[in-house]
Write a protein that binds this ligand. Sequence first.
Ligand SMILES: Cc1cc2nc3c(=O)[nH]c(=O)nc-3n(C[C@H](O)[C@H](O)[C@H](O)COP(=O)(O)OP(=O)(O)OC[C@H]3O[C@@H](n4cnc5c(N)ncnc54)[C@H](O)[C@@H]3O)c2cc1C
Length: 419
Amino acid sequence: MLKRRASLAIIVLLLVFSILHLGFSPAEIERQVVGTSMLGGWAFLLMSCSIFLSTRLRFLEPFFGGLDRMYQVHKFCGIFAMLLILAHFFLIPKELPEGIDPIANALVPSAPLGMLSMILLILALAITLNRKIPYHRWRNPHKLMGLVYLLGTGHFITAPAVFFERFSPSGIMLIIAAVIGTLSLLYSLFGMNRKTAKRYVIEKVNALERATELVLNPLEQPLEFRPGQFAFVEVQGKGWREPHPFTISSAPADEKLRFTLKVLGDWTRKVREEIETGAEVLVRGPYGCFDTSKARSKQVWFAGGIGVTPFLSMVRAMQPDDVREVTLVYAVREKDEALFLDELLAKAAEMTNFRLVLLQSNEGEFARVDKMKENLSEPLSEYGYFLCGPKPMINGLTRDMRKAGVSRDAIHTEAFEFR
Ligand SMILES: Cc1cc2nc3c(=O)[nH]c(=O)nc-3n(C[C@H](O)[C@H](O)[C@H](O)COP(=O)(O)OP(=O)(O)OC[C@H]3O[C@@H](n4cnc5c(N)ncnc54)[C@H](O)[C@@H]3O)c2cc1C
Protein backbone atom coordinates (compact mmCIF):
# COMPACT_ATOMS: atom_id res chain seq x y z
CA MET A 1 0.00 0.00 0.00
CA LEU A 2 1.28 3.46 -0.84
CA LYS A 3 2.15 5.21 2.40
CA ARG A 4 0.41 8.54 2.47
CA ARG A 5 2.99 10.53 4.42
CA ALA A 6 5.33 10.86 1.42
CA SER A 7 2.56 12.18 -0.85
CA LEU A 8 1.48 14.44 1.99
CA ALA A 9 5.02 15.84 2.22
CA ILE A 10 4.83 16.80 -1.48
CA ILE A 11 1.47 18.53 -0.93
CA VAL A 12 2.92 20.42 2.07
CA LEU A 13 5.87 21.50 -0.11
CA LEU A 14 3.45 22.93 -2.70
CA LEU A 15 1.43 24.66 0.04
CA VAL A 16 4.50 26.29 1.59
CA PHE A 17 5.57 27.47 -1.86
CA SER A 18 2.08 28.92 -2.50
CA ILE A 19 2.00 30.75 0.84
CA LEU A 20 5.45 32.25 0.26
CA HIS A 21 4.66 33.10 -3.35
CA LEU A 22 1.33 34.78 -2.63
CA GLY A 23 2.49 36.37 0.62
CA PHE A 24 5.67 37.98 -0.74
CA SER A 25 4.62 39.03 -4.26
CA PRO A 26 5.11 42.79 -4.74
CA ALA A 27 1.74 44.60 -4.82
CA GLU A 28 2.44 46.15 -8.24
CA ILE A 29 2.61 42.77 -10.02
CA GLU A 30 -0.60 41.82 -11.79
CA ARG A 31 -2.63 39.10 -9.98
CA GLN A 32 -2.80 37.00 -13.15
CA VAL A 33 0.99 36.97 -13.36
CA VAL A 34 1.25 35.97 -9.69
CA GLY A 35 -1.27 33.13 -10.19
CA THR A 36 0.18 31.74 -13.40
CA SER A 37 3.79 31.94 -12.21
CA MET A 38 2.62 29.97 -9.16
CA LEU A 39 1.35 27.22 -11.51
CA GLY A 40 4.76 27.19 -13.20
CA GLY A 41 6.43 26.97 -9.77
CA TRP A 42 4.24 24.01 -8.76
CA ALA A 43 5.11 22.25 -12.03
CA PHE A 44 8.81 22.81 -11.45
CA LEU A 45 8.63 21.53 -7.85
CA LEU A 46 6.75 18.42 -8.97
CA MET A 47 9.32 17.74 -11.69
CA SER A 48 12.11 18.19 -9.14
CA CYS A 49 10.38 15.65 -6.83
CA SER A 50 9.94 13.27 -9.75
CA ILE A 51 13.63 13.47 -10.67
CA PHE A 52 14.70 13.16 -7.03
CA LEU A 53 12.64 9.96 -6.70
CA SER A 54 14.25 8.44 -9.80
CA THR A 55 17.60 8.30 -7.93
CA ARG A 56 16.27 5.15 -6.14
CA LEU A 57 17.90 6.32 -2.91
CA ARG A 58 17.16 3.53 -0.48
CA PHE A 59 16.55 5.66 2.60
CA LEU A 60 13.41 7.06 0.87
CA GLU A 61 11.72 3.67 0.48
CA PRO A 62 10.09 3.36 3.95
CA PHE A 63 8.35 6.73 3.43
CA PHE A 64 6.61 5.40 0.32
CA GLY A 65 6.21 1.72 1.20
CA GLY A 66 8.71 0.44 -1.39
CA LEU A 67 10.49 1.38 -4.59
CA ASP A 68 7.52 0.37 -6.77
CA ARG A 69 5.37 2.92 -4.87
CA MET A 70 8.13 5.51 -5.21
CA TYR A 71 7.95 5.00 -8.97
CA GLN A 72 4.16 5.48 -8.91
CA VAL A 73 4.60 8.84 -7.16
CA HIS A 74 7.43 9.68 -9.61
CA LYS A 75 5.02 9.02 -12.51
CA PHE A 76 2.11 11.00 -11.02
CA CYS A 77 4.39 13.97 -10.26
CA GLY A 78 5.38 13.97 -13.96
CA ILE A 79 1.77 13.81 -15.18
CA PHE A 80 0.57 16.60 -12.86
CA ALA A 81 3.60 18.72 -13.79
CA MET A 82 2.63 18.45 -17.46
CA LEU A 83 -0.98 19.52 -16.78
CA LEU A 84 0.28 22.48 -14.74
CA ILE A 85 2.77 23.48 -17.44
CA LEU A 86 -0.05 23.51 -20.02
CA ALA A 87 -2.20 25.68 -17.72
CA HIS A 88 0.80 27.96 -17.04
CA PHE A 89 1.47 28.30 -20.78
CA PHE A 90 -2.12 29.13 -21.77
CA LEU A 91 -2.83 31.49 -18.86
CA ILE A 92 0.37 33.52 -18.59
CA PRO A 93 -0.12 37.01 -20.16
CA LYS A 94 1.62 37.09 -23.54
CA GLU A 95 2.09 40.89 -23.68
CA LEU A 96 4.91 42.33 -21.59
CA PRO A 97 3.91 44.46 -18.59
CA GLU A 98 4.57 48.22 -18.63
CA GLY A 99 8.15 49.23 -17.95
CA ILE A 100 9.75 46.14 -19.56
CA ASP A 101 11.94 46.94 -22.55
CA PRO A 102 10.88 44.58 -25.39
CA ILE A 103 14.34 44.65 -26.99
CA ALA A 104 16.12 43.74 -23.75
CA ASN A 105 13.45 41.11 -23.13
CA ALA A 106 13.94 39.58 -26.58
CA LEU A 107 17.58 38.91 -25.65
CA VAL A 108 16.69 36.60 -22.74
CA PRO A 109 15.88 33.04 -23.75
CA SER A 110 13.12 32.39 -21.20
CA ALA A 111 10.19 32.07 -23.62
CA PRO A 112 11.91 29.81 -26.22
CA LEU A 113 13.35 27.62 -23.45
CA GLY A 114 9.90 27.29 -21.87
CA MET A 115 8.28 26.48 -25.21
CA LEU A 116 10.90 23.86 -26.13
CA SER A 117 10.67 22.32 -22.70
CA MET A 118 6.87 22.03 -23.00
CA ILE A 119 6.97 20.42 -26.47
CA LEU A 120 9.61 17.92 -25.36
CA LEU A 121 7.66 17.17 -22.19
CA ILE A 122 4.52 16.32 -24.14
CA LEU A 123 6.56 14.10 -26.49
CA ALA A 124 8.46 12.40 -23.68
CA LEU A 125 5.28 11.80 -21.65
CA ALA A 126 3.48 10.33 -24.68
CA ILE A 127 6.36 7.81 -24.99
CA THR A 128 6.57 7.24 -21.24
CA LEU A 129 2.89 6.48 -20.81
CA ASN A 130 2.69 4.19 -23.85
CA ARG A 131 2.73 0.72 -22.31
CA LYS A 132 3.04 -0.92 -25.72
CA ILE A 133 6.65 0.26 -26.07
CA PRO A 134 8.96 -2.50 -24.74
CA TYR A 135 11.01 -1.50 -21.73
CA HIS A 136 14.42 -1.53 -23.50
CA ARG A 137 13.09 0.83 -26.23
CA TRP A 138 11.27 3.00 -23.66
CA ARG A 139 14.26 3.56 -21.36
CA ASN A 140 16.37 5.95 -23.48
CA PRO A 141 13.54 8.24 -24.73
CA HIS A 142 12.39 8.44 -21.10
CA LYS A 143 15.76 10.05 -20.32
CA LEU A 144 14.56 13.02 -22.43
CA MET A 145 12.79 14.09 -19.23
CA GLY A 146 16.18 15.18 -17.92
CA LEU A 147 16.60 17.59 -20.83
CA VAL A 148 13.05 18.89 -20.28
CA TYR A 149 13.98 19.58 -16.68
CA LEU A 150 17.17 21.48 -17.57
CA LEU A 151 15.27 23.57 -20.16
CA GLY A 152 12.59 24.30 -17.53
CA THR A 153 15.31 25.44 -15.11
CA GLY A 154 16.71 27.76 -17.79
CA HIS A 155 13.20 29.05 -18.45
CA PHE A 156 12.49 30.26 -14.93
CA ILE A 157 16.03 31.45 -14.17
CA THR A 158 15.95 33.74 -17.23
CA ALA A 159 12.30 34.87 -16.89
CA PRO A 160 11.85 38.68 -16.73
CA ALA A 161 11.84 39.82 -13.11
CA VAL A 162 8.24 40.93 -13.34
CA PHE A 163 7.15 37.36 -14.10
CA PHE A 164 9.42 35.73 -11.61
CA GLU A 165 11.05 37.22 -8.51
CA ARG A 166 14.28 35.20 -8.32
CA PHE A 167 15.32 36.06 -4.79
CA SER A 168 11.92 36.19 -3.17
CA PRO A 169 11.36 33.37 -0.60
CA SER A 170 9.40 31.30 -3.18
CA GLY A 171 12.07 32.00 -5.82
CA ILE A 172 14.76 30.75 -3.43
CA MET A 173 12.68 27.58 -2.93
CA LEU A 174 12.71 27.00 -6.68
CA ILE A 175 16.45 27.58 -6.87
CA ILE A 176 17.05 25.01 -4.08
CA ALA A 177 14.74 22.58 -5.92
CA ALA A 178 16.72 23.19 -9.14
CA VAL A 179 20.01 22.40 -7.39
CA ILE A 180 18.61 19.18 -5.84
CA GLY A 181 16.91 18.20 -9.13
CA THR A 182 20.03 18.79 -11.23
CA LEU A 183 22.26 16.85 -8.81
CA SER A 184 19.71 14.01 -8.77
CA LEU A 185 19.66 13.99 -12.55
CA LEU A 186 23.46 13.77 -12.78
CA TYR A 187 23.43 11.02 -10.14
CA SER A 188 20.89 8.93 -12.08
CA LEU A 189 22.19 9.59 -15.58
CA PHE A 190 25.87 9.06 -15.02
CA GLY A 191 25.48 5.91 -13.04
CA MET A 192 26.87 7.20 -9.78
CA ASN A 193 24.38 4.88 -8.13
CA ARG A 194 26.46 2.00 -9.57
CA LYS A 195 28.92 2.70 -6.76
CA THR A 196 26.40 1.10 -4.41
CA ALA A 197 26.60 -2.21 -6.35
CA LYS A 198 28.18 -5.43 -5.12
CA ARG A 199 30.24 -7.61 -7.46
CA TYR A 200 29.29 -11.25 -7.95
CA VAL A 201 30.29 -14.01 -10.34
CA ILE A 202 27.85 -16.53 -11.86
CA GLU A 203 28.58 -19.93 -10.41
CA LYS A 204 25.69 -21.91 -11.87
CA VAL A 205 22.83 -21.43 -14.31
CA ASN A 206 20.05 -23.92 -13.57
CA ALA A 207 17.35 -24.44 -16.22
CA LEU A 208 13.96 -24.93 -14.55
CA GLU A 209 10.46 -25.31 -16.03
CA ARG A 210 10.00 -22.01 -18.00
CA ALA A 211 12.43 -20.33 -15.61
CA THR A 212 16.15 -20.01 -14.94
CA GLU A 213 17.92 -19.95 -11.61
CA LEU A 214 21.11 -17.91 -11.31
CA VAL A 215 23.42 -18.89 -8.46
CA LEU A 216 25.96 -16.17 -7.69
CA ASN A 217 29.13 -16.17 -5.64
CA PRO A 218 30.25 -12.91 -3.99
CA LEU A 219 33.55 -11.31 -5.14
CA GLU A 220 33.50 -8.94 -2.18
CA GLN A 221 31.45 -8.37 1.00
CA PRO A 222 28.06 -9.94 0.14
CA LEU A 223 24.81 -8.02 -0.05
CA GLU A 224 22.84 -7.75 3.19
CA PHE A 225 19.09 -8.12 2.70
CA ARG A 226 15.83 -9.23 4.29
CA PRO A 227 13.73 -12.08 2.84
CA GLY A 228 11.28 -10.59 0.31
CA GLN A 229 13.63 -7.87 -0.97
CA PHE A 230 14.81 -7.45 -4.54
CA ALA A 231 17.86 -6.08 -6.34
CA PHE A 232 18.91 -4.82 -9.77
CA VAL A 233 20.97 -7.38 -11.64
CA GLU A 234 23.39 -6.06 -14.23
CA VAL A 235 25.41 -8.59 -16.19
CA GLN A 236 28.77 -7.13 -17.23
CA GLY A 237 29.76 -7.44 -20.87
CA LYS A 238 28.70 -6.23 -24.30
CA GLY A 239 24.97 -6.39 -24.97
CA TRP A 240 24.05 -7.04 -21.34
CA ARG A 241 24.31 -3.69 -19.59
CA GLU A 242 20.62 -2.94 -18.85
CA PRO A 243 19.86 -3.53 -15.13
CA HIS A 244 16.80 -5.71 -14.41
CA PRO A 245 15.03 -6.03 -11.05
CA PHE A 246 14.68 -9.51 -9.54
CA THR A 247 13.65 -10.72 -6.11
CA ILE A 248 16.34 -12.54 -4.18
CA SER A 249 15.19 -16.12 -3.74
CA SER A 250 17.92 -17.32 -1.39
CA ALA A 251 17.88 -16.78 2.38
CA PRO A 252 20.03 -13.98 3.86
CA ALA A 253 22.27 -16.48 5.69
CA ASP A 254 23.02 -18.50 2.51
CA GLU A 255 26.52 -18.22 1.14
CA LYS A 256 25.28 -17.89 -2.45
CA LEU A 257 22.85 -15.34 -3.81
CA ARG A 258 20.08 -16.81 -5.95
CA PHE A 259 17.61 -15.30 -8.39
CA THR A 260 14.83 -17.21 -10.14
CA LEU A 261 13.88 -15.67 -13.48
CA LYS A 262 10.80 -16.45 -15.51
CA VAL A 263 11.50 -16.41 -19.25
CA LEU A 264 9.33 -13.52 -20.36
CA GLY A 265 11.04 -11.35 -22.96
CA ASP A 266 14.33 -10.68 -24.77
CA TRP A 267 16.56 -10.27 -21.74
CA THR A 268 15.32 -13.22 -19.69
CA ARG A 269 15.49 -15.41 -22.85
CA LYS A 270 19.06 -14.26 -23.48
CA VAL A 271 19.93 -15.21 -19.89
CA ARG A 272 18.52 -18.69 -20.43
CA GLU A 273 20.17 -19.24 -23.80
CA GLU A 274 23.46 -17.37 -23.67
CA ILE A 275 24.67 -16.61 -20.18
CA GLU A 276 27.75 -18.51 -19.05
CA THR A 277 29.19 -19.36 -15.69
CA GLY A 278 32.09 -17.10 -14.74
CA ALA A 279 30.38 -13.92 -16.01
CA GLU A 280 30.56 -10.97 -13.63
CA VAL A 281 27.34 -9.44 -12.34
CA LEU A 282 26.71 -6.20 -10.44
CA VAL A 283 23.90 -6.48 -7.91
CA ARG A 284 22.43 -3.19 -6.68
CA GLY A 285 20.12 -3.07 -3.71
CA PRO A 286 18.53 -4.38 -1.66
CA TYR A 287 15.18 -2.67 -2.20
CA GLY A 288 11.63 -3.40 -1.14
CA CYS A 289 9.40 -3.30 1.94
CA PHE A 290 7.65 -6.66 1.45
CA ASP A 291 8.45 -7.70 4.99
CA THR A 292 6.51 -10.38 6.88
CA SER A 293 8.50 -10.09 10.09
CA LYS A 294 6.46 -7.26 11.62
CA ALA A 295 2.97 -8.46 10.60
CA ARG A 296 0.45 -10.56 12.57
CA SER A 297 1.67 -13.98 13.64
CA LYS A 298 -0.96 -15.86 11.57
CA GLN A 299 -0.08 -15.24 7.95
CA VAL A 300 -1.20 -16.24 4.48
CA TRP A 301 1.39 -15.86 1.74
CA PHE A 302 -0.18 -15.88 -1.69
CA ALA A 303 2.05 -16.59 -4.71
CA GLY A 304 0.84 -16.48 -8.31
CA GLY A 305 3.34 -18.18 -10.69
CA ILE A 306 6.78 -16.52 -10.56
CA GLY A 307 5.42 -14.40 -7.66
CA VAL A 308 6.71 -17.26 -5.48
CA THR A 309 10.28 -15.85 -5.44
CA PRO A 310 9.99 -13.61 -2.33
CA PHE A 311 8.34 -16.49 -0.48
CA LEU A 312 11.17 -18.87 -1.47
CA SER A 313 13.57 -16.61 0.38
CA MET A 314 11.17 -16.38 3.35
CA VAL A 315 10.63 -20.15 3.53
CA ARG A 316 14.36 -20.81 3.18
CA ALA A 317 15.01 -18.42 6.08
CA MET A 318 12.20 -19.78 8.29
CA GLN A 319 13.08 -21.82 11.37
CA PRO A 320 10.96 -24.49 13.17
CA ASP A 321 10.74 -22.22 16.27
CA ASP A 322 9.44 -19.23 14.23
CA VAL A 323 6.50 -17.55 16.01
CA ARG A 324 4.69 -17.07 12.71
CA GLU A 325 2.12 -19.61 11.56
CA VAL A 326 2.28 -19.53 7.78
CA THR A 327 0.11 -20.91 4.99
CA LEU A 328 1.68 -20.51 1.56
CA VAL A 329 -0.97 -20.65 -1.16
CA TYR A 330 0.87 -21.25 -4.44
CA ALA A 331 -1.27 -20.81 -7.57
CA VAL A 332 0.06 -22.28 -10.84
CA ARG A 333 -1.44 -23.45 -14.11
CA GLU A 334 -0.19 -27.01 -13.71
CA LYS A 335 1.90 -28.94 -11.20
CA ASP A 336 5.04 -29.03 -13.41
CA GLU A 337 5.13 -25.23 -13.34
CA ALA A 338 5.46 -25.09 -9.53
CA LEU A 339 9.10 -24.12 -8.89
CA PHE A 340 11.02 -25.87 -6.11
CA LEU A 341 7.89 -27.84 -5.18
CA ASP A 342 9.85 -30.72 -3.60
CA GLU A 343 11.81 -28.31 -1.43
CA LEU A 344 8.62 -26.53 -0.31
CA LEU A 345 6.88 -29.85 0.45
CA ALA A 346 9.91 -30.98 2.46
CA LYS A 347 9.81 -27.75 4.50
CA ALA A 348 6.10 -28.21 5.14
CA ALA A 349 6.75 -31.76 6.35
CA GLU A 350 9.59 -30.60 8.58
CA MET A 351 7.93 -27.58 10.23
CA THR A 352 4.57 -27.56 12.00
CA ASN A 353 4.25 -23.76 11.55
CA PHE A 354 4.44 -23.91 7.73
CA ARG A 355 1.75 -25.28 5.39
CA LEU A 356 1.69 -25.43 1.62
CA VAL A 357 -1.52 -25.28 -0.44
CA LEU A 358 -0.98 -25.83 -4.17
CA LEU A 359 -3.72 -24.52 -6.49
CA GLN A 360 -3.62 -25.80 -10.07
CA SER A 361 -5.89 -23.97 -12.46
CA ASN A 362 -5.89 -26.92 -14.91
CA GLU A 363 -7.62 -28.86 -12.08
CA GLY A 364 -10.21 -26.10 -11.64
CA GLU A 365 -8.52 -24.65 -8.52
CA PHE A 366 -8.42 -20.89 -8.94
CA ALA A 367 -6.91 -18.13 -6.81
CA ARG A 368 -10.12 -17.00 -5.11
CA VAL A 369 -11.13 -15.95 -1.62
CA ASP A 370 -13.57 -18.87 -1.20
CA LYS A 371 -10.71 -21.29 -1.98
CA MET A 372 -8.61 -19.54 0.64
CA LYS A 373 -11.38 -19.81 3.26
CA GLU A 374 -11.57 -23.57 2.67
CA ASN A 375 -7.91 -23.90 3.62
CA LEU A 376 -7.86 -21.71 6.73
CA SER A 377 -9.03 -22.70 10.21
CA GLU A 378 -9.77 -19.16 11.50
CA PRO A 379 -11.92 -16.34 10.02
CA LEU A 380 -10.15 -14.41 7.22
CA SER A 381 -9.89 -11.27 9.39
CA GLU A 382 -7.49 -13.08 11.78
CA TYR A 383 -4.65 -13.27 9.26
CA GLY A 384 -2.04 -10.98 7.73
CA TYR A 385 -1.83 -11.38 3.92
CA PHE A 386 1.17 -11.12 1.61
CA LEU A 387 0.36 -11.31 -2.08
CA CYS A 388 2.78 -11.47 -5.00
CA GLY A 389 1.91 -12.33 -8.58
CA PRO A 390 0.24 -10.95 -11.70
CA LYS A 391 -1.37 -7.55 -11.07
CA PRO A 392 -4.94 -8.55 -12.12
CA MET A 393 -4.82 -11.48 -9.68
CA ILE A 394 -3.50 -9.32 -6.82
CA ASN A 395 -6.09 -6.60 -7.48
CA GLY A 396 -8.95 -9.12 -7.72
CA LEU A 397 -7.96 -10.92 -4.52
CA THR A 398 -7.43 -7.66 -2.62
CA ARG A 399 -10.87 -6.40 -3.67
CA ASP A 400 -12.57 -9.68 -2.64
CA MET A 401 -10.71 -9.86 0.67
CA ARG A 402 -11.73 -6.29 1.50
CA LYS A 403 -15.36 -7.27 0.76
CA ALA A 404 -14.93 -10.31 3.04
CA GLY A 405 -13.96 -8.02 5.94
CA VAL A 406 -10.15 -8.09 5.82
CA SER A 407 -8.75 -4.71 6.86
CA ARG A 408 -6.59 -2.73 4.42
CA ASP A 409 -3.65 -2.76 6.85
CA ALA A 410 -3.59 -6.55 6.86
CA ILE A 411 -2.98 -6.82 3.08
CA HIS A 412 0.55 -6.36 1.72
CA THR A 413 1.23 -6.66 -1.98
CA GLU A 414 4.24 -6.73 -4.26
CA ALA A 415 3.85 -6.07 -7.98
CA PHE A 416 6.63 -7.13 -10.32
CA GLU A 417 6.40 -3.91 -12.34
CA PHE A 418 7.41 -0.28 -12.11
CA ARG A 419 5.79 1.39 -15.13
C1 LIG B 1 10.36 -5.39 -7.83
C2 LIG B 1 10.43 -6.43 -8.93
C3 LIG B 1 10.79 -7.73 -8.61
C4 LIG B 1 10.83 -8.71 -9.62
N1 LIG B 1 11.18 -9.99 -9.30
C5 LIG B 1 11.18 -10.95 -10.26
C6 LIG B 1 11.55 -12.30 -9.97
O1 LIG B 1 11.91 -12.67 -8.85
N2 LIG B 1 11.52 -13.19 -10.99
C7 LIG B 1 11.12 -12.85 -12.25
O2 LIG B 1 11.10 -13.71 -13.13
N3 LIG B 1 10.77 -11.58 -12.55
C8 LIG B 1 10.80 -10.61 -11.60
N4 LIG B 1 10.49 -9.33 -11.93
C9 LIG B 1 10.13 -9.00 -13.32
C10 LIG B 1 11.41 -8.88 -14.16
O3 LIG B 1 12.11 -7.70 -13.80
C11 LIG B 1 11.03 -8.76 -15.64
O4 LIG B 1 10.29 -9.91 -15.99
C12 LIG B 1 12.25 -8.74 -16.52
O5 LIG B 1 12.98 -7.55 -16.29
C13 LIG B 1 11.78 -8.86 -17.95
O6 LIG B 1 12.78 -8.50 -18.86
P1 LIG B 1 12.66 -9.01 -20.39
O7 LIG B 1 13.48 -8.09 -21.22
O8 LIG B 1 12.99 -10.45 -20.48
O9 LIG B 1 11.12 -8.88 -20.73
P2 LIG B 1 10.22 -7.71 -21.39
O10 LIG B 1 9.25 -8.45 -22.25
O11 LIG B 1 11.09 -6.67 -22.00
O12 LIG B 1 9.51 -7.09 -20.16
C14 LIG B 1 8.52 -7.75 -19.41
C15 LIG B 1 8.07 -6.84 -18.27
O13 LIG B 1 9.17 -6.48 -17.44
C16 LIG B 1 9.35 -5.04 -17.39
N5 LIG B 1 10.79 -4.77 -17.55
C17 LIG B 1 11.57 -5.15 -18.57
N6 LIG B 1 12.84 -4.73 -18.38
C18 LIG B 1 12.84 -4.07 -17.20
C19 LIG B 1 13.84 -3.39 -16.46
N7 LIG B 1 15.09 -3.31 -16.89
N8 LIG B 1 13.48 -2.79 -15.29
C20 LIG B 1 12.21 -2.84 -14.85
N9 LIG B 1 11.21 -3.48 -15.50
C21 LIG B 1 11.53 -4.09 -16.66
C22 LIG B 1 8.60 -4.51 -18.59
O14 LIG B 1 8.11 -3.19 -18.37
C23 LIG B 1 7.46 -5.50 -18.74
O15 LIG B 1 6.41 -5.18 -17.85
C24 LIG B 1 10.49 -8.35 -10.95
C25 LIG B 1 10.14 -7.03 -11.25
C26 LIG B 1 10.12 -6.07 -10.26
C27 LIG B 1 9.75 -4.67 -10.60
